[in-house]
Structure formats: structure tokens, C-alpha cells
Design a protein around this ligand. Structure first.
Ligand code: AMP
Ligand code: GLY
Length: 423
């Protein structure tokens, strides 16, 4: 089978690495890919958001399965584009429909869905500028801190947590007046949940699902979870507090009702669901849904999947997941994200990267923002390389990730030295 992976991050490199191991694979294509995926298949320089360009690549290369990595093309409706096109509707596309992708694309849609299906989540209400006074009253009746979320997609910046009531009121007005463009013309205000976060993933055909390894992601730039949010600075899987009992509660109270909701709404969903959860004293709450895998979580999740991922993806697209099980590696996987100086603010690109050939055993490098120019490996993004490793426990996995991280160099290399500090 010929497979196309859409995207260019560490997530897509890890997925491509896993698909590459399948006996079912003929040719692998990645669009646009990076210098890491270049070693696994053919990189094609198109944007995943340009559906006509994707179509051309699919037809020219007899692609039979497309895996969509990032959310943007999903929210924009790539699944529907394939389904409604006579030449593409036989191609298996792993990803939710445009309607389903609102679970990530609209905070209000996601919260209303959770409420309807009794899925534990923070108490909330959504507002537009017309009912600003009601928003103020709702805030008056909440406890600090106040959580304000732009309804639409705003590249990770649309969630504001404010401690002061008066400032929260000023903030919501600014958001509703267009601080984040159309994305914040509607704002969800919700109760603050305190606890420890984790990410749980399933692959679903819309009726059945397989549970993938869970992971803990470290989103802040600074040690001790301080400073601005990033795409993610490191991850660990498994998560020790997500024991069998906790995961059973997650399945019963969150995953199964979500799949039931998808079924009863007749939502077309063939892809990954990423449950961003808060563990509040043993009780899980959904903070957010994402309709794709996480990054850098994928860089620890893929290494722990022993089963053939391509086989699972085919079953997902064919509505055949009920016949599948998944085998998981018991070892711990860790990843450390090497980032460019200045990230998540502005940073320079095209710094030369050197990688020592003698990396410790059981380590894996997943490229995020890299490119290859005249056989030189150069930085090409804020997040540059995810350094993953296996170990018998968290400490041992991290030790290897950090040993390997020291063997990769580029000017301005930065990384958190405390991944896993709270586990
Ligand atoms: P979201 O984009 O909805 O995932 O929100 C971004 C981040 O804000 C989450 O990863 C949490 O760390 C934090 N957050 C969002 N909603 C809440 C909440 N209701 N209570 C506490 N923290 C939250
Ligand atoms: N690492 C968080 C995300 O992918 O959204």
C-alpha cells in the first residue's frame, strides 16, 4: 500500500517511522515532511492545507491511505473534500469529518457535546459581545482563577487564565471585540480545575476504538512549568498516576460516552481522538478534545506501540476496528524537545545541526523543525528535534534522552532539564 502522511513535525516523523515498519507498506510519502522524514520516504513540498495540491499528489503516486497529522486541514474539511471527490472517495483518509473536527475547532461545540453526553468537564457558559453583561454576572459567580477561551482556533494563544476578577472582565471584553480575530467573537468562560494534566489517545472508526498509550506533556518553556506555553517541551509515557483503575474510569466516564455521542449524532469520525484531561484527586475531567495526535506526545506513544500501525489505520478507515487489539511495549518512553533560542517567541532558523554518531542505545531522534540543504542539516523551526529514549523506568529513559540531547548541537540550542520532575 502507498501511504501519504500530511504534516512536517516530530509527530509526523514518529508516525512515518512507525508506518515504515509495516509489511503492508509499499511506498511512503510525507508532505511536506522534514529532514527526518526524508530518510524514510519521499518528501513532497506542498502544504497540507492546499487540498487541490494534495489531490494531485495522491493521484500521481497512487496513494491508497492518507494520514492527516495536524488539525488545520481537518478543521478545514479535508475528510469531506476526499469523500465528495469522485477520484478520491476510494482513498482511505484517516481523520475526522469537518463536522467532527469542531470538537477541536470550536470550544463551544466541544463543551456542548460534553454536556449533552454527561462527560465530566469544567462548568461553563459561552458568550458573545451582545451578552457581555451576562458574562460579567457569570464571572461574578465563579471563583478565581477565571478561565477564558476563544471559541475558535487561535494557535494555542486563545486560552487566558486570569486571577483578578476586574482584569478578567476587561479581558473578556477585549476578546469579544476581536483580540483573536473571529476566533474570539465567542468566548467560553469556565470554572478552573486544579489537578495534574495528562493526554489520553484513542484510534476510532466511529464505533469502536483502541486505546493507545497515555502520555504526560510539558507545555511551558521554563523549568518547574513556568513561563509561556509552547507546543510542548517533552513527554513521558506511561504516566504513573494513570494506573489501571484510573484508566478504567477514563474509559467508562469519558471515552465510551464520547464514542457513543459520536455514534448517536451520526458524526463521521475515523481517526485519532486526543483527550486532554485533568486528574482532580483521581477524578478525570476533559479540558479539551483534539482531533489528532499530540506533539510531542506522539514521540513517546509511537515507540510504545508494538502492533502494526498501518494495519490499525486501515481497519480504522474500513470500519473494522472491532477485530483489532493493540500490543503495547511495557517500557517507559521519554522525549526531550530541543528548541531554538527565543522559542516560543521569535527565533532564527538555518542554524547548522551536528549529531554525534555514537548516540546511546535505545534512543530515537524525531525531527521537528529541520531541513536538509546541500547535505547540511539545518534548523527550520522553533521545535527542532525530539530526543526519545526507552528505559525500564522514567529515570532510566530520561537519562538516555538527556545523554543523547548532549550529543546534538546547534547554535542557541535550548531544552528543559526537568522533564518528568512531577512524576
Ligand atoms: P486548552 O487549549 O483548552 O487545552 O487550554 C490550554 C491549557 O489551559 C490547558 O492545557 C490547561 O493547562 C489550561 N486550562 C484550560 N482549561 C482549564 C480549566 N478549566 N482549568 C484549569 N486549567 C485549564
Ligand atoms: N502537546 C499538545 C498538543 O499537541 O496539543
Amino acid at each position: 500500500m502507498n501511504v501519504l502522511v500530511l504534516g512536517s513535525g516530530g509527530r509526523e516523523h514518529a508516525i512515518a517511522w512507525k508506518i515504515k515498519q509495516s509489511n503492508l507498506l509499499d511506498n511512503l510519502y510525507i508532505a511536506p515532511g522534514n529532514a527526518g522524514t526524508y530518510q524514510l520516504g519521499a518528501n513532497i513540498a506542498i502544504s497540507p492545507d492546499d487540498f487541490d495540491a494534495v489531490k494531485k499528489v495522491v493521484l500521481e503516486n497512487n496513494i491508497e491511505l492518507v494520514l492527516v497529522g495536524p488539525e488545520a486541514p481537518l478543521v478545514k474539511g479535508i475528510y469531506d473534500y476526499f469523500k465528495n471527490d469522485n477520484e478520491l472517495n476510494k482513498v482511505k483518509l484517516v481523520g475526522p469529518s469537518k463536522h467532527a473536527a469542531q470538537l477541536e475547532g470550536s470550544k463551544e461545540f466541544a463543551k456542548d457535546f460534553m454536556q449533552k453526553y454527561n462527560i465530566p468537564t469544567a462548568k461553563y457558559k459561552s458568550f458573545t459581545l451582545e451578552n457581555l453583561e451576562e458574562a460579567y454576572t457569570f464571572l461574578d459567580n465563579l471563583q478565581a482563577p477565571y478561565v477564558l477561551k476563544a471559541d475558535g482556533m487561535s494557535t494555542g494563544k486563545g486560552v487566558i487564565i486570569e486571577n483578578d476578577l476586574a482584569k478578567a472582565k476587561v479581558q473578556i471584553k477585549e476578546m469579544l471585540e476581536g483580540q483573536f480575530g473571529d476566533a474570539s467573537r465567542k468566548v467560553v468562560v469556565e470554572e478552573f480545575l486544579s489537578g495534574i494534566e495528562l493526554s489520553v489517545f484513542v484510534l476510532t472508526d466511529g464505533e469502536n476504538y483502541v486505546l493507545l498509550p497515555e502520555a504526560k506533556d510539558y507545555k511551558r518553556i521554563g523549568e518547574g512549568d513556568t513561563g509561556p506555553n509552547t507546543g510542548g517541551m517533552g513527554a513521558i509515557s506511561p504516566v504513573p498516576f494513570a494506573n489501571k483503575q484510573f484508566l478504567q474510569i477514563v474509559e467508562e466516564k469519558i471515552i465510551k460516552p464520547t464514542i457513543e455521542g459520536i455514534k448517536s449524532e451520526n458524526i463521521d469520525y475515523k481517526g485519532f481522538i486526543f483527550f486532554g484531561l485533568m486528574n482532580k484527586n483521581g477524578a478525570p475531567y476533559v479540558i479539551e478534545y483534539n482531533v489528532r495526535m499530540g506533539d510531542p506526545e506522539t514521540e513517546v506513544v509511537m515507540p510504545r506501540i508494538k502492533s502494526d500501525l498501518l494495519d490499525l489505520l486501515i481497519a480504522t478507515a474500513d470500519n473494522n476496528l472491532s477485530n483489532k487489539t493493540i500490543e503495547i511495549d511495557k517500557r517507559t518512553a521519554s522525549t526531550i524537545m530541543l528548541v531554538s533560542e527565543g522559542y516560543p517567541g521569535s527565533y532564527e532558523k538555518s542554524k547548522q545541526i551536528s549529531i554525534d554518531e555514537n548516540l546511546p542505545e535505545n534512543t530515537l531522534l524525531f525531527h521537528a523543525g529541520t531541513k536538509s540543504v546541500n547535505n547540511h542539516l539545518l534548523t527550520n523551526g522553533g521545535r527542532v528535534i525530539a530526543v526519545s529514549a526507552y528505559g525500564e523506568n522514567i529515570k532510566m529513559a530520561l537519562k538516555k534522552s538527556y545523554q543523547a540531547a548532549e550529543k546534538i548541537n546547534f547554535k542557541g540550542k535550548n531544552y528543559r532539564k526537568d522533564i518528568g520532575f512531577d512524576l
